[in-house]
Design a protein around this ligand. Sequence first.
Ligand code: AMP
Ligand code: GLY
Length: 415
Amino acid sequence: MNVAVLGSGGREHALVKAIKKSPKVSKVFCIPGSDGIAIDVECKAIDLKDQAKLIKNLQQMDIEFVVIGPEDPLVDGLADTLRDHNFKVFGPGSDGARLEGSKIYSKEFMKAAGIPTAAFKMATNKNEAMSVIGDFKFPIVVKADVLAAGKGVFICRDKNEFTNAIEQIFDHEVFGASQALIEEFISGWELSYICITDGENFQVCPLVQDHKALKNGGLGPNTGGMGVIGPVTLNIKLQEEINRTIVQPSLNELKKRNIKFCGALFIGLMIQDNKPYVLEYNVRFGDPETQIIMPLIEGDVFEILWSAVTGKLKSIQTKNMYAACVVMAAEGYPEKPVKGSVIDISDRTVSESSYFIYSGVKKNQDQWTVNGGRVLGAVGIASTKEEAIKIAYAQSAKAQWHGLQKRTDIGSFFN
Ligand code: AMP
Ligand code: GLY
């Protein structure tokens, strides 16, 4: 069978690498893909918004199964259109994708389903936002109600920071949002709880921990993720509680709303005093989580994804290994990534346990250049956590460019 993965980032690179290993798959394409992904599979530079052209090409390439990587095309309803054209699709329709597309919808959804989450208020203008300040204790979390890839979120320690966040959203319209969510701050540790579901049943992917802040020790602005380590082992009681009080009620609520959700449901959790709270839903795999989830899944990843669209969801087992991914970002990331810097790769050796995932790169003749905020993911895989981190950092040392940013503490808070 021919498979197409849609998207162009590190997550999609990790997906194509895993899917192409399956003996059941004849050929994998990535659309639009990137120069980096093209090392592994054929890429076709088609704009995902040009649905007519996309469908024509998928038909010509004899694609049977489409895996949609990023959130934007899911929110735009691309999965619905592809299903209407008889493709099997991994990824929810636009109704399910609202869980990520609107933070306010997702909070209301959680409230309706009785799912533990931070207390919140919403505001549609600056005055309204400023008037709810007394309802919360600092720090207060402010979120622009848009798809801002983790970037429209402010943790405000005092009134000045709060006012600045509100002004960015409503006065300067930095995120193009017409609403803001104002939320109680929950302290604790974060966990990316990513499930695969066929709409009825679910399976939990290897659990991994992302590092969202730009700088060591959780400092600096929030990003899409600066590195990831896993698998995290949870005590059985906590895992059972997450499944019982969060995952199952989420699926029940989807069904109640007549939403058939087939794909990855990524629940961003904060664990406070051993209790899980939902920070957000994403309706796709995480980036950079996928970079290590894929190599940590035992067996054939394609068969698992395929089973979610054809019924009879297969169980997911985690390998008895550790993996780490160190994200290497461009100068100016996350606010204003500088593109075009030449990437100097001193050592091109790669192996099954030490390699780069290509996120935002471009190739001009023989020269690789920076072409996105997150540029490379250096992956290390080993039988111990320490060794996996060491390999990932050794891999990351093989590439350099002007203004390169990476954290040096990925995995160090993890036990
Ligand atoms: P979100 O895009 O909603 O996941 O928010 C991005 C990041 O902000 C999360 O990964 C957390 O690190 C942080 N965050 C969001 N909401 C809260 C909250 N209510 N309490 C504490 N931290 C939060
Ligand atoms: N790494 C977080 C995300 O994919 O949203």
